[in-house]
Write a protein that binds this ligand. Structure first.
Ligand code: ADP
Ligand code: MG
Length: 362
């Protein structure tokens, strides 16, 4: 057992609460301030549930079983810790500080995420790239000053996103950027890592049934208390508030990347927050939404972003080569839904016919 899990176990055993504020009964209030968790009073029976606003999104953690309260408390503590640690712009955290100074020694979490990110960059032939932050800034996706940059500006910033200019030593865990202004951004993978860490916390607390929803990205532990699969809705990219379909999950994450999530419009053209590292512009791959289902939450998040950048054809080829690790639900610009065959019988469409992607077409 690693030290982190040990710490969580002792937290569970001691029944430590995360902060006194969350113990005041808050009814069904939605948390407004970042970092203020809201408990809807722990009940004698049923689930323990906490909501918190972190990583720019509403998050909800639910657990069943004897240690449910300790589990959700520990989960929220972990969310807040990772939010600060991994946030690209927060200089009080590790990644923010690294971005300011251009070098440093990674903690266990950051080293793990950097290693996974470098690996994904290779596997996806560059579609996944955690060095896009300077481009995210210039498009206004950081800070909110949305504007379409000139081609010269984009060309000037693209070299800062070159992962070959990041030196990382997996033994010493030292990382160094070769150029001034290079910045790392775990925004495409951090939520999946967070939900994966919460599953470790659930394990350490003996939770066999639970679910986390991090802004529409979901990971479940086991099945529902009644023994049936968890049923999780996927947002319809073409209709706000409507479901594209329902996924049945057990011990899996379902993580969605969509161009409809964060975008601005200029001269009638829509620009969204997932960038193609080849062009430095919002990916125009013909996909409007990609949901990746995997037992590995970190992978599911990284791949949802990657497949969105790749487009249907490349994504399909990628799944055929690596499909034992994950499955996917993809929606194209023209509204067609494609589902890989591992989800057969597990995805119920609410928005039209489904094209099944098979490894060996009959
Ligand atoms: P969301 O965060 O909206 O759930 P994603 O998981 O797809 O969706 O992550 C998008 C975020 O990933 C962006 O906000 C940005 O921080 C980062 N990002 C953008 N383009 C890429 C890319 N090509 N590879 C890796 N990360 C990216
Ligand atoms: Mg992602």
């Amino acid at each position: 057992m690693n030290t982190k899990v040990k710490k969580i176990v002792s937290l569970c055993a001691a029944g430590i609460a995360v902060g006194s504020m969350m113990l005041s009964g808050c009814g069904d209030r939605v948390p407004e301030d970042k970092g203020e968790p809201v408990v809807t009073e722990f009940q004698q029976e049923g689930p323990a549930e906490i909501s918190v606003f972190a990583m720019d999104t509403y998050m909800k953690v639910t657990a069943y079983g004897a240690q449910r309260e300790d589990a959700v408390n520990a989960a929220v503590e972990e969310i807040l810790r990772l939010d600060q640690l991994l946030s690209a712009g927060d200089e009080t955290g590790e990644v923010g500080m690294l971005n300011r100074t251009g070098s440093g020694t990674c903690s266990e979490d950051t080293a793990y995420l950097l290693e996974r990110s470098l690996e994904l960059h290779e596997q996806t032939e560059g579609a996944f790239n955690v060095m896009m932050y300077p481009l995210m800034e210039i498009w206004g996706f950081i800070g909110g000053n949305y504007a379409v940059p000139s081609q010269d500006t984009i060309d000037g910033l693209l070299p800062l996103a070159d992962l070959a200019k990041v030196s990382y030593d997996p033994r010493s865990k030292e990382v160094r950027f070769a150029e001034q202004g290079m910045k790392i951004d775990f925004g495409g993978i951090a939520k999946g890592y967070t939900s994966a860490r919460i599953m470790d916390i659930f394990d350490a607390c003996g939770i066999t049934s639970g679910i986390v929803n991090l802004g529409g990205n979901v990971q479940v532990k086991g099945k529902k208390p009644d023994g049936t699969n968890w049923r999780v809705g996927i947002q319809d990219p073409n209709q706000a508030g409507a479901y594209l379909g329902i996924l049945q999950l057990s011990d899996q994450a379902a993580i969605t990347s969509g161009g409809y999530e964060r975008f601005f419009e200029e001269n009638g053209i829509r620009y969204h927050h997932i960038l193609d590292p080849n062009t430095g512009r919002p990916a125009q791959s013909g996909l409007t939404s990609v949901t990746v289902v995997s037992a590995d939450g970190t992978l599911a998040d990284g791949l949802s972003t990657s497949l969105f950048v790749m487009g249907l054809e490349k994504a399909e080829a990628f799944w055929k080569a690596n499909g034992d690790m994950f499955d996917a639900v993809m929606v194209t610009d023209d509204g067609n839904i494609y589902v890989t065959e591992g989800l057969e019988g597990r995805f119920e469409s609410k928005a039209g016919d489904v094209h099944m992607i098979r490894r060996d077409p009959a």
